[in-house]
Every structure is written in structure tokens, then in C-alpha cells.
Design a protein around this ligand. Structure first.
Ligand code: SF4
Length: 354
């Protein structure tokens, strides 16, 4: 294992090499990370400050809570208002503002909204409360979707009748593809999501190199792993090369995790889904197959959600596309702070504004 001294030495060598490459190439290089955990790791380690001028890291739509559309929050609040319904959710969904309110406000008004750490906790709540319907808010990416699918399979095998999922599980590659076509988004290379690639493998990102001639590197989550991935991206960009490289080979395989992918495919099929800031993207969401319709909250307990255009100065949508920085928002660190967040990018720990 590396000591702190070795790590610092390795980091300085990478930064020196980045300087050398940039000096030889000239210009600047813009890299987008499309994973909220990378965003957190980059900020915690201060990597943006460490990198030489000319290398810019920009955050993309990698925070699952942030990209969840208002309609979904509104539907969750509508379920929370139903008698005999228990809402189970990850904690960072509580304060996300919907069109008019939030789950935290619903909870304060008496709704039964419970924080869980896994869909398996929601299954436990279903067993313990057979007279109630337990709705699990399934928000996440490829990383969490297989666990959710496994919970649905367990519920079916167990014959649990009072468990269902309001799913907003999303698939990252279609969103990246959309960003490539966005004239406001200028990115030279992509830091690919390590956790999601454990499940999907690197193949779903082949289009980056094959169709868009952009490099992509799958990265782990230590500061040194991220720096090494940045170096690989900069090296490729400077040489006008475009490959998908894997800097997280200890856990990421080209083919992903076949067992997790099989569970996912058994329960879910791809569908169009709405992303905050990006709109509706074809085949970017997951919908339960007909055989599991009883566990799909939308089909089991349909609710009408009025679509309202929210008037707000919040620029989360543009922030999530990497089109503007949080500091470009006039509310940033003034009207919008973590304790009084105006938009979801300030609510979630993975939100770039937070
Ligand atoms: Fe939205 Fe707040 Fe970020 Fe501005 S600072 S974009 S209001 S979350």
C-alpha cells in the first residue's frame, strides 16, 4: 500500500507531466465527470485547484437526485398524501423541491415518509406493515438498479402484495450521447463512472470513441486514481486519439457484471425517461416488465400530476449539462445554500452546487 508521501510524490509527477503535455500542445482541455461520486471526490481532494491552468474539470448529469424531474417528486408527494401508504426513500430525496412542495414538508405535515438505506429495508417495512402499501422511491443509475431489481424479484417470490417501486432509474450512456450533440456543451473527454461501469462494463461507452472521436477513461475514486484518469484523457486528447481506457481494472471489466445485468434485464426494460435539464431521452430509463406490473407504483396506484412550468432563477438544468458553472447562478451561495436549497443541485451531497 502507498504511504501518504508516495501518493503526494506520484500526484506531483502526474501534475508535472500534465503541464508538460499542455505546454507542448497549447490551448485548454475540458473534461467532464459524469458520476456524482467523482464530483464529491474531486471537490474533497481539491483536484480542480491542483490541476494546471488549461485543464478544466466540469461536472455533468451524474447526481441521480439532481436529474430527477419535478414530476417524479410531485408523484412521490401525491403518494405520501394517500392514506395507508408508507414512502421509503434515500435521505437526500427528502428536501428536493418539487413543483410546490417537498417530501420533507409532506413528512412534517404527517405523511409516513421513512428513510431507508437499501430497497431491502423497504421490503422489511412491507413485511412489518401488511395493512399498508410501501412505495420505494427508486432513484439512481446502473449502480443501484440491480439491487432494486433483486428486491422486486424477492417480493414476487415471497408473495409480498404491499410493496411497489416508483422507479426513476436512469441509464447514463444515452445522456452522454445527448450531451455530445449539445452545442452549448464543449467537452474534450469524459471521466466515466466507475461504480456504474462495474455493472455495465465499458462497452456501452464505445460510441464515444467510435462515433464521436472523444476519449473516455473509467476511473476509481481515490484522488490519485482520478488524477491518473485525467492524465490518460489529456494524453489522448493531445495526441488526437480517442479510446476507452479502464483505470479501474480491479473491479471493472469490459463486459461488466453478467449476473447483475441478467437480474436487471429480467425485471426491467428500457424506456424513454425525463431528465432535469436534458428533457426526455429515448431508452434512458428503466420500466418494469409486464410480468412485474404489480410492483410498479405508476401502474398499481396511478396518480395525476399537473405539469406546471416552474418560474425560478435556479439554473440546475444548465449546471447538469455542464453548460454553466454553479457560480454563474445569481442565487448561488446567496439565496441558495445547503441549509436553504432552491434547487436539487444544492440539496444532494453529490450535487455540484453543494
Ligand atoms: Fe439551482 Fe441553487 Fe445551483 Fe443556483 S445555486 S443552480 S439555485 S441549486
Amino acid at each position: 500500500m502507498r504511504g501518504a508521501q508516495d501518493t503526494r510524490q506520484a500526484a506531483s509527477e502526474i501534475v508535472a507531466e500534465l503541464r508538460r503535455i499542455l505546454a507542448a500542445r497549447g490551448g485548454s482541455i475540458r473534461i467532464m465527470e459524469v458520476c456524482g461520486t467523482h464530483t464529491v471526490a474531486i471537490f474533497r481532494a481539491g483536484l480542480r485547484q491542483v490541476l494546471p491552468e488549461g485543464i478544466e474539470l466540469v461536472s455533468g448529469p451524474g447526481c441521480p437526485v439532481c436529474v430527477t424531474a419535478d414530476d417524479y417528486i410531485d408523484a412521490a408527494i401525491a403518494y405520501a398524501g394517500m392514506a395507508d401508504v408508507i414512502i421509503t426513500t434515500f435521505g437526500d430525496m427528502l428536501k428536493v423541491p418539487g413543483t410546490h412542495s417537498s417530501l420533507a414538508a409532506a413528512q412534517a405535515a404527517g405523511a409516513d415518509v421513512r428513510i431507508v438505506y437499501s430497497p431491502l429495508d423497504a421490503l422489511a417495512a412491507s413485511r412489518e406493515n401488511p395493512e399498508k402499501t410501501v412505495v420505494f422511491l427508486g432513484v439512481g443509475f446502473e449502480t443501484t438498479a440491480p439491487t432494486e431489481a433483486a428486491a422486486v424479484l424477492s417480493a414476487k417470490e415471497e408473495g409480498l402484495k404491499n410493496f411497489c417501486v416508483l422507479s426513476a432509474q436512469k441509464l447514463v450512456p444515452p445522456a452522454v450521447k445527448l450531451l455530445l450533440a449539445d452545442p452549448d456543451v464543449h467537452v474534450d473527454g469524459f471521466l466515466l463512472p466507475g461504480h456504474a461501469c462495474v455493472v455495465t462494463g465499458t462497452r456501452p461507452y464505445a460510441f464515444l470513441a467510435d462515433e464521436a472521436h472523444k476519449p473516455g477513461v473509467v476511473a476509481g475514486f481515490t484522488p490519485l486514481a482520478i488524477l491518473r484518469a485525467v492524465w490518460r484523457l489529456v494524453r489522448q486528447t493531445a495526441a488526437n486519439e480517442a479510446r476507452i481506457e479502464n483505470e479501474y481494472g480491479s473491479v471493472v471489466r469490459e463486459e461488466g457484471n453478467p449476473a447483475a445485468l441478467a437480474i436487471l434485464a429480467r425485471v426491467y426494460e428500457e424506456t424513454a425517461d425525463e431528465w432535469r435539464g436534458l428533457g426526455v431521452i429515448e431508452r434512458s430509463g428503466l420500466r418494469m416488465r409486464e410480468a412485474f406490473a404489480d410492483f410498479d407504483a405508476e401502474r398499481r396506484l396511478p396518480v395525476e400530476v399537473e405539469r406546471v412550468e416552474k418560474k425560478t432563477a435556479c439554473r440546475c438544468g444548465e449546471v447538469l449539462r455542464g453548460a454553466v458553472r454553479p457560480t454563474d447562478c445569481t442565487l448561488f451561495a446567496k439565496a441558495c445554500v445547503p441549509t436553504h436549497a432552491v434547487g436539487p443541485c444544492m440539496v444532494s451531497v453529490e450535487g455540484v452546487c453543494a
